[in-house]
Structures are given as C-alpha cells and as structure tokens.
Design a protein around this ligand. Structure first.
Ligand code: COA
Length: 326
C-alpha cells in the first residue's frame, strides 16, 4: 500500500455582501457589459469593515470539518495574500478559533497559486506520516487591497474562503491526490504585486498592482504546461480529464487553457461569474461549488491548476472522492 493524501471534505464560505457589476458601474468608469465580456464576472462578494481573512477561513474550515464529521486535525495550513496581520501568520488564529489550539499551523504565500502550494505542503505531511488529517484553507479579503481608483483590479477580485480536509489513505482510492507539479519564476515579480515591502522601491503604494495582459498570457501558458506535467506523471490523456478546475481568474483564460490542451471547453469548471477572482480561495471554492451542484461525481478524473503572483503556478491530479451531498 502506498500512503497518500485523500480529499475527505470540501467547503466554501462567502461573506454576505454581494457586489454586482451594476454597483461597480456607479463607482468606476465601466459597464456590466465590459465586465461580463472581458472577464466573465457578474457579481462577487466583499467583506464589510471589521471582517478579517481568519473570520472567513474559520467559517469554511468549520464547514469542512462538519461535512466530514471530524473534530480533530494535526495540521492547519492557510493560503492567503491578505493575512490578518503581516506578523504573525493567520493559521494559528484560525486553528484556535476552530478549537484546535496546539496543532501545527502556518501560512503559505503564493497569491492565486497559494491553495495548490498549501495542498502540496499538507499532502506531503500526510504522506510522510507527520499528520493523519490536515485542513487546507484558501482565504482572502482581497477587496481590502484594491485601489479605489483602479477600475481594472476593482472589477475582478472578490472575497471568500474555501477549505479541503485531507486524510491519510491509499493511492488509487477515490479522492487520492495522484500527482502534483509546482513552479515559479521571480523575474515576473512585478506583474502581480503589492509594493511597500522593506526592500521595495515604492514603499508608499499600499495597493495591489497587476499588469493584466502579460498575466493573461503567462497564466494560459503555465496552467496548460502544469496540467500536461501532472497528466504525464499519472499517465492520463487529455481526453481522460472529466473536469479541469482552473484558478478562476477570467473565463477567457479558462477557455484559452482548455483550447491549448484540446479539452472540450465545457469540461473547464466555471464559478467566477458568481464569485469573481478570489485568489487563494478560488480553487477550493470552485471544488465546493462543483460538489454542491452535483457536477463532480465519485471517481471522475479532475485536474486542479493555477497561476499567480511570484510568478507561481501549479497543478494537481486527483480522482473525485465519495463525499456526502451538501
Ligand atoms: N471597464 C472598462 N474598461 C476597462 C476596464 C473596466 N473595468 N478595465 C480596463 N479597461 C480598459 C483598459 O483601460 C483598456 O483601455 P485602452 O485600450 O483605452 O487603454 C481596455 O479596457 C482594454 O484593456 P486590456 O488590458 O487590453 O483588456 P484585456 O482584454 O486584456 O482585459 C483584464 C483586461 C485585466 C481583464 C485581462 O487582461 C485579465 O484578465 N488579465 C489577467 C488578470 C488576472 O487574472 N489576474 C489575477 C492573477 S492570476
């Protein structure tokens, strides 16, 4: 038997305040039509002042534990670009709010690829036997990073959290993570950035900055390449993939990745229309959405893939687990 990490539960949480394209058209020089056709987004959720990333993470994490009927885990990993504080990490706060004081807990920072990096770390802990169960949470309050004068980023990002519970299991059983691939390229650090770091040239700019067109192109290239890497690794062909759960950055990006892979576009799961780009929360929210709507079924072959700041990218191949209906 080869020990591996198996998905035991998925869950999502969105803050209650819905922000529609029409709401944004009152704030920016933009239109519902531009946002829908250029990004695929119709609405997103934003936190109200006072709600933090750990608040969202706890809601998603609690729901994942409840769905699996579990109370205890050995590890909590939180992927976020918007930690409650620059120091310390958010994960220990999340663990304690979940009643898990004492367990290992740390943050992972890889922007929109953050969830896959966190999944990789948690799966490795399960594989080497240092954790029997691990809670992996992607959580963001990205709305708090946006420049109120920047219409491009202002219409794209949303807030939310998604959680996946991993347990130790056997390679090949439904839900098992069969392969992961991660990569990075620091020469692209300026494409997606919040300056103001201690070594930075523009310390006075507190806002998130993005160069949309090069990000678009690099995202398509790397998400397609990462997907191919994990497919090669597990010996699946593109036709074997039932669902591609890509980071929800833009429906045009998701379609372009599918096209580059020769995958029928309807196999690329889309929920960005309702949540926007939620960065590290994007993939687990899409997994939870696909499960709750009955789209993802036991034994189906799924590839997760993302591209994000750093630049970072990655992919994971798994079979869909047998999860209780939500
Ligand atoms: N409303 C109306 N017009 C807008 C706009 C908005 N919200 N945002 C930008 N525009 C304008 C631009 O100013 C530009 O005007 P110009 O031609 O007069 O200069 C025009 O629309 C086209 O801009 P362009 O950047 O070429 O559009 P695009 O088709 O590349 O779409 C993005 C822009 C940002 C939607 C797209 O590049 C994208 O999705 N990039 C990836 C972003 C991403 O996912 N980042 C997260 C990390 S993975």
């Amino acid at each position: 038997m080869i020990r591996t990490a198996v998905v035991a539960a998925v869950a999502g949480h969105l803050p209650p305040r819905v922000v529609t394209n029409h709401d944004l058209a009152l704030r920016f020089d933009t239109t519902d039509e531009w946002i829908r056709t250029r990004t695929g987004i119709a609405r997103r959720h934003h936190v109200d002042p006072g709600t933090t990333t750990s608040d969202l993470a706890v809601q998603a994490g609690r729901r994942a534990l409840e769905n699996a009927g579990e109370e205890q885990v050995d590890l909590v990993v939180v992927a976020t670009t918007t930690p409650d504080r620059p120091c310390p990490a958010t994960a220990p706060t999340v663990a304690t709010k979940l009643g898990l004081t004492g367990v290992a807990a740390y943050d992972v920072s890889a922007v929109c690829t953050g969830f896959l990096y966190a999944l990789h770390a948690a799966a490795a802990a399960v594989q080497v036997g240092s954790a029997r169960r691990a809670l992996v949470i992607g959580a963001e309050t990205f709305s708090t990073l946006l420049d109120p004068a920047d219409r491009t980023t202002g219409v794209i990002f949303g807030d939310g959290a998604g959680a996946v519970l991993l347990r130790a299991g056997e390679r090949g059983e439904p839900g098992s993570l069969e392969s992961m691939h991660l990569g990075s390229d620091g020469t692209m650090a300026d494409l997606i950035t919040v300056r103001g770091g201690r070594g930075d040239a523009a310390p006075d700019d507190p806002y998130f900055r993005m160069q949309g067109t090069p990000v678009f192109m690099a995202a398509v290239r790397h998400m397609a390449q990462s997907t191919r890497s994990v497919l090669n690794d597990v010996g699946w062909s593109v036709e074997d993939v039932d669902h591609l759960i890509g980071h929800q950055a833009n429906t045009r990006i998701l379609r372009a990745v599918a096209e580059k892979l020769n995958l029928p576009p309807q196999r690329a799961l889309v929920n960005i229309d309702r949540v926007g780009n939620t960065a590290a929360a994007s993939i687990p929210l899409a997994m939870a959405d696909g499960h709750s709507t009955g789209r993802l079924r036991k034994g189906e072959r799924v590839v997760l893939t993302a591209f994000g700041g750093g630049a970072t990218w990655g992919a994971a191949a798994l079979t869909w687990p047998d999860l209780p209906a939500l």
